[in-house]
Design a protein around this ligand. Structure first.
Ligand code: NAD
Length: 499
């Protein structure tokens, strides 16, 4: 680990996390090992070696965690809202205080840059206070009496035990969008973080316990897909909140359907990213760069399927290729580095298999296209060069499938109609975006693009207020804003007869 990053950077402390730590489950407010003693190793993708040992929860551990969450539900549900808000606000303050530490743990887990993980962690603290405060606004509705001798109103109440299953690519922020709205309105939760990034979630939960979240309200079971499946299939879980791949999302939806559990799914994406000839090309090229490389391309909201108008196609692909080749690759703890390693060995294998496919199918390589090498740390770590292929057919696998690495594919179009048709011709529908100065086009395309988010003359901005989620194979439901609070409640109609 580079010593120069251990202490102060822009007055934020990123304290060293010793490797070799052992991390246990959190059940009923206590740290416990798995009942059968099973563990698994966490791998630091920059060092490309084990750095922690984590308990691997089996079905019995999941059972204990769900039972603890069920036992805690009545107490938490009837805790006055103001008290729940106070606890969550204390938790938010602790997260902000420990943001450097939480960011650094995530960098060891998934190799994303310290700048990205620190910003995301401040977003976690923000989400905690946003939902702590918003919960007081939870409300039903009253209706003018549909009959003179009756009154009617609706009320919202918590669903019960939430099973939250999360991915590795932004482990705490993606959890925060579930955890805080769920707890703020009185649910209890069992979290199954990704096996690639379990430690950050355990540390976040520890801060929750320190803030006063009562025993059993918050439980964490670490492990791989089998642990997730045990949670998804558990009859004691009332709602499944999942972020991850479309394939796993389908399995979770099927598990939930067996018992009519409520399900929210945030799944894969491969955003079409359009450039029109009237756009500010300097801004557009930087936007495309972000679309391809943010989070080393390991982002559901990647905008790496580039559709560029034929009039500016050559200029844009050439300039983008140059910018990609200039990016600094290396130690994710170095704030000057733009491209860290991929998060795991399976992820490296997957991305390299797409580079092989591109070679076999003969796509035109503009830049990159290989595992990065040439220094001791690049040779050791799980690095891929920022890559751009041009003239790719929209039906090629490279243009249709989530590569989840810093790899862009470009194709050209000649009219707005063709651009929209190509953009929508993919199973995913999470994000899309375009660069133009034409106000008519802004309105037309923002309606015509089939995705849950549309960015115009920007890429990858977000806030707690606006909804986030996917159409088509990118998911069901929305996170963010009041939607998220409502998504963790059941709405009940109440009738009163007047006699
Ligand atoms: P993944 O589907 O492999 O794993 C996600 C989680 O599900 C992990 O915790 C994993 O252990 C668990 N899991 C695996 N098999 C399971 C099963 N059968 N039953 C229950 N749980 C199971 O996804 P990943 O590789 O961790 O994450 C990357 C994916 O997540 C990408 O497809 C990305 O687009 C998507 N993602 C979506 C969003 C969004 O908001 N829409 C955000 C981030 C990531």
């Amino acid at each position: 680990m580079s010593a120069q990053h251990n202490t102060e950077s822009n007055e934020v402390r990123f304290p060293e996390i010793p490797s070799g730590g052992r991390y246990e489950l959190l059940i009923g407010g206590k740290r416990v090992p798995a009942q059968d003693g099973a563990t698994f190793a966490c791998v630091d993708p920059y060092e490309n070696r084990d750095w922690g040992v984590v308990s691997s929860a089996g079905a019995e551990d999941v059972d204990r965690a769900v039972a603890a969450a069920r036992a805690a539900f009545d107490g938490w549900r009837w805790t006055p809202q103001a008290q729940r808000t106070q606890i969550l606000l204390r938790w938010a303050a602790l997260i902000a205080e420990h943001a450097g530490e939480l960011a650094r743990i995530q960098v060891h887990e998934n190799g994303k840059t310290i700048t990205e993980m620190h910003t995301a962690t401040l977003g976690v603290a923000g989400a905690a206070s946003f939902y702590a405060n918003l919960a007081a606004n939870l409300h039903g509705e009253t209706f003018e009496s549909p009959a003179p001798d009756h009154r009617g109103w609706s009320m919202r109440e918590p669903i019960g035990v939430i099973g939250a299953i999360t991915p590795w690519n932004n482990p705490l922020l993606l959890l925060a969008w579930k955890l805080f709205p769920a707890l703020a309105v009185g649910n209890t939760i069992v979290i199954k973080p990704s096996e690639v990034t379990p430690v950050s979630t355990l540390r976040l939960a520890e801060l929750g316990v320190q803030a006063g979240v009562p025993d059993g309200v918050l439980n964490v079971v670490t492990g791989a897909g089998v642990t997730g499946r045990a949670l998804a299939e558990h009859p004691g879980v009332d709602k499944l909140a999942f972020t991850g791949s479309t394939a796993t999302g389908r399995a979770i939806a099927l598990a939930g359907a067996q018992r009519f559990a409520r399900v929210t799914l945030e799944l894969g994406g491969k955003g079409p990213h359009l450039v029109f000839p009237d756009a500010d090309l300097d801004l557009a090229v930087e936007g495309l760069l972000t679309g391809i490389t943010a989070g080393t391309g390991q982002a559901c909201n990647a905008g790496s399927r580039l559709l560029i108008h034929e009039q500016v196609y050559d200029t844009v692909t050439e300039r983008l290729g140059k910018r990609l080749s200039e990016l600094r690759i290396g130690d994710p703890l170095d704030p000057e580095v733009a491209i860290g390693p991929l998060a795991s060995r399976p992820q490296l294998t997957k991305v390299l298999s797409y580079l092989d496919l591109a070679r076999d199918e003969g796509h035109r390589l503009v830049t990159g296209g290989r595992r990065a090498a040439g220094s001791e740390s690049l040779d050791r770590g799980l690095f891929v060069e920022p890559t751009l292929y041009a003239d790719v057919d929209n039906h090629a696998r490279l243009a249709q499938e989530e590569i989840f690495g810093p790899v862009g594919v470009a194709m050209s179009f000649s009219s707005d109609e063709e651009a929209v048709r190509l953009a929508n011709d993919i199973p995913y529908g999470l994000t899309s975006g375009f660069w133009t100065k034409d106000v008519d086009r802004v309105h037309r395309l923002s309606s015509q693009l089939r995705s849950g988010v549309v960015w115009i003359n920007t890429w990858r901005v977000g806030s707690f207020q606006l909804p986030f989620g996917g159409m088509k194979a990118s998911g069901i439901g929305r996170e963010g804003g009041l939607h998220a609070l409502n998504a963790y409640t059941e709405e009940k109609a109440v009738w009163l007869g007047l006699h």
